[in-house]
Design a protein around this ligand. Structure first.
Ligand code: ADP
Ligand code: MG
Length: 318
C-alpha cells in the first residue's frame, strides 16, 4: 500500500469531536429524539479504536455525521485535521466509511463498483488499485460477478473494499461483522489488522464485545448519546471492579444454590459455584468461609478475570 499517509495530524489525533449533538426531529408528530448529547471524543492516529454501546446508543448517528449523511445539530468534528464543516470535501477524502446497512449496486460487479467509486473520488486511472483491494478482501474470484449474486459476507467485504479505493488514512466500519459467519469474521478481522499494520487508523462500532476485545487497542463506550468512557483496552479491563471466584466442590455436582450463598451472588458453574464480587466490599476469604458455613466442602478454587462484557455491563448499568 502507499503508506505512510501525508499530512498526518501533528497532534496525533485522527478524529476529534467536541460537543457533538444530534436531535432527530420527530416525524409525524412523534417526540424529538436526542441521539447525541454533547459528545467529546479524541481518536488517536494508528489505533484500532472501538466505539461500543448498546443498540440505540448513537454510534451510527456519530458515524453518519462524519459520512455526511446525517447533519449534526451542534458541535464540531475534525477528520485527519480537517473540520467537516469548513471543508467537507477534504474531510470526506480523509476517511473511508463502511455503513451499517448493506446497500450495494446490485447490477455492478465488485470490480465495476470499485472503479465507479474511484471515479467518484477522482482517483486517476493510473493510481487505481481495484484488483489489489479485491485481493485484500478476498473477492478476486468474484471480481466479475453481479453483486446481487454475492452472499451477505461478500457484500460486507465489498463495502469494505469500496471504502478503501481512495486510500484514506482512516477507515470506519459500522458493525462490520453483523450477519457475517464465524469463518469470514475471522478473515475480516485479519484484514482489519493487516490494514492497521499498514498504517491505517481503524474505527469500528460493534455491540459484539468479543470482537472489540480481540481487535481494539482503545475503547470508548457510548450510552444514551453520552460518552461514558474512553481508554486503552487494557486499562479499561484492569479497572473493572468485579472479580469472579470459582469453586469446585467435593461431593459431585450441585443442582441448587443454598439461599445463604445465593444472597452473596453465588451461581451454579460447571457443577460447582461461581461468585462475582467487588473486592472493595467482599474478600475471597469471606466467600470461602460462607461456602464452608453452608456445609459444602471445597476441592478447588480458581479466579477468573473480568471480560469486556463484565466491564460493559458494569458501566452501562446492564
Ligand atoms: P446505534 O447505532 O448505537 O444503535 P443509532 O445512532 O442508530 O444508534 O440511533 C440512536 C438513536 O437515534 C436511537 O434512539 C434511534 O432510534 C434514533 N434514530 C436514529 N436514526 C433516526 C432517524 N433517522 N430518525 C429518528 N430517530 C433516529
Ligand atoms: Mg448502529
Amino acid at each position: 500500500m502507499t503508506q505512510p499517509f501525508i499530512n498526518t495530524p501533528t497532534d496525533g489525533i485522527a478524529i476529534r469531536a467536541r460537543g457533538v449533538q444530534k436531535t432527530y426531529t420527530g416525524a409525524g408528530g412523534s417526540a424529538p429524539k436526542h441521539a447525541l448529547k454533547g459528545v467529546d471524543l479524541d481518536i488517536p492516529t494508528g489505533t484500532i479504536f472501538g466505539l461500543l454501546g448498546p443498540n440505540g446508543a448513537g454510534k451510527s448517528t456519530f458515524i453518519n455525521i462524519m459520512a455526511g449523511t446525517v447533519i449534526k445539530t451542534d458541535g464540531s468534528i475534525s477528520v485527519w485535521g480537517t473540520d467537516i464543516d469548513d471543508n467537507p470535501r477534504q474531510a470526506r477524502a480523509n476517511i473511508g466509511i463502511v455503513p451499517q446497512e448493506l446497500n450495494i449496486d446490485a447490477y455492478f460487479s465488485p470490480r465495476q463498483t470499485l472503479e465507479l467509486q474511484a471515479g467518484l473520488f477522482g482517483v486517476p486511472k493510473s493510481e487505481r488499485r481495484s484488483d489489489e483491494i479485491l485481493e485484500i478482501v478476498g473477492l478476486t474470484e468474484q471480481a466479475h460477478t453481479y453483486a446481487r449474486r454475492l452472499s451477505g459476507g461478500m457484500r460486507r467485504r465489498l463495502l469494505v473494499a469500496k471504502a478503501m479505493v481512495h486510500n484514506p488514512p482512516i477507515l470506519v466500519l459500522d458493525e462490520p461483522t453483523a450477519g457475517v459467519d464465524v469463518a469470514l469474521r475471522q478473515r475480516l478481522w485479519d484484514n482489519i489488522r493487516a490494514l492497521n499494520e499498514a498504517g491505517v487508523t481503524i474505527v469500528l462500532t460493534t455491540h459484539y464485545l468479543e470482537e472489540a476485545e480481540a481487535l481494539c487497542d482503545q475503547i470508548a463506550i457510548l450510552n444514551h448519546g453520552q460518552m461514558i468512557t474512553n481508554q486503552p483496552k487494557d486499562q479499561l479491563m484492569a479497572g473493572a471492579s468485579r472479580k469472579e471466584l470459582r469453586l469446585s466442590l467435593k461431593d459431585g455436582s450441585m443442582h441448587a444454590v443454598p439461599d445463604s450463598l445465593a444472597a452473596i451472588g453465588a451461581q451454579l458453574h460447571e457443577g460447582g459455584l461461581a461468585v462475582r464480587y467487588d473486592p472493595s466490599t467482599m474478600s475471597a476469604a469471606e466467600i470461602i468461609a460462607a461456602v464452608s458455613a453452608a456445609g459444602l466442602e471445597i476441592s478447588d478454587v480458581s479466579t477468573a478475570e473480568p471480560d469486556l462484557e463484565d466491564v460493559f455491563l458494569e458501566l452501562t448499568g446492564g
